[in-house]
Design a protein around this ligand. Structure first.
Ligand code: PEP
Ligand code: MN
Length: 337
């Protein structure tokens, strides 16, 4: 059972509730976040305990959840979560497109991409400043300099921005520059990082681990929410299978499956899913048809010169064409774009 305390509850009120729960013979798991305080009640529970807890005016809600993931679960919250991200919201009616280069390379590329993003109605600019590369000899990203470039373009062009945070020590720095913190596939089970992004308020886009089951992915999201940050967006980006024709196997069935299990918004990254730009457009449309709330797409002014992930990056014209097609498709599946 999960007890969610009201936003303005005091430390004394939290102590009072935990004391009561312990008196009834249960163990307590307390997660005190900046936004929400959540008390997990551990032990075999009865309906009377739930109603007694609900009677406290400063208790927001008490939910019994049978799934291993609790706060993430649809049992905990039936309605879809809608998350504010800078200039827009994700998880509502609007289809959200996050576009940009794999890595922040220089200011001009960001300015040019932001211009096309604005022109086509894409809401967010993406770009990695800290890059998790398979080889230590590959470009590792511009670091804080890259974040500054993103923030400048955000301020000039009025777009929201998303960038990856790789380490718990980077969270405080990255969060001041971006609207969404991205957790990459390789870090999906970096529990200290999950806890660190859970302790702050910026929305977090959690990519699915390349070898993770849906349940493991949802449990990773639970780590973030258990620390009090309920602004979590899930991102399917392809998983490892025996297939080698594409970079990964984009598991689009994960979209309706996750939506049935969880209230959190789901975004699809077809770029890393297929690894080849020629297939990005079809999989983007398939993702929207499957019910995705948004797409994270790599776009570069000259993919052949991109420092990373050029082969899977759309050109500006490729993006324009895809956006035109998505404008027709979105209303068919109940989305606005
Ligand atoms: C990225 O978005 O550029 C990235 C590194 O993604 P992933 O973690 O899915 O590989
Ligand atoms: Mn990439």
């Amino acid at each position: 059972m999960i007890v969610v305390m009201g936003r303005d509850c005091s430390d004394e009120q939290i102590d009072e509730i935990t004391k009561r729960i312990k008196e009834w013979g249960f163990d307590v798991n307390l997660s005190k976040g900046e936004r929400k305080t959540v008390i997990g009640v551990i032990g075999q529970q009865k309906e009377e305990v739930k109603s007694s807890l609900e009677a406290f005016p400063y208790v927001e809600k008490v939910v019994s959840v049978s799934q291993p993931f609790k706060l993430v679960s649809r049992d905990f919250q039936q309605e879809d979560s809608i998350i504010d991200i800078g200039h827009t919201q994700i998880g509502g009616e609007e289809l959200i497109l996050m576009v940009g280069p794999c890595a922040v390379e220089n200011e001009q590329i960001l300015i040019d991409t932001a211009k096309v993003a604005r022109e086509t109605g894409c809401q967010l600019l993406r770009g990695g400043a800290y890059k998790p590369r398979s080889s230590p000899y590959s470009f590792q990203g511009l670091g804080e300099e890259g974040l500054k470039l993103l923030k400048n373009v955000k301020d000039k062009k009025g777009l929201s921005v998303i960038s990856e945070v790789m380490d718990k020590e980077q969270v405080n720095l990255v969060k001041d520059y971006v609207d969404i913190l991205q957790i990459g596939t390789r870090n999906m089970q970096n529990f200290n990082l999950l806890k660190a992004v859970g302790k702050q308020e910026k929305p977090v886009l959690l990519k699915r681990g390349m070898s993770s089951t849906i349940e493991e992915w949802l449990m990773a999201a639970e780590y973030i929410m258990a620390e009090g940050n309920f602004n979590v967006i899930l991102c399917e980006r392809g998983i490892r299978t025996f297939e080698t024709a594409t970079r990964n196997t984009l598991d689009l069935s994960a979209v309706p499956v996750v939506k049935s299990k969880s209230h959190l918004p789901v975004v699809v990254d077809p770029s890393h899913g297929v690894g080849k730009s020629e297939f990005v457009s079809s999989m983007s449309k398939a993702a929207v048809a499957a019910g995705a709330d948004g797409l994270l797409i790599e776009v570069h002014p000259s993919p052949e010169n991109a420092i990373s992930d050029g082969p899977q990056s759309l050109t500006f014209d490729g993006l324009r064409k895809l956006v035109n097609e998505l404008r027709e498709l979105a209303p068919v599946v109940g989305k606005k774009f």
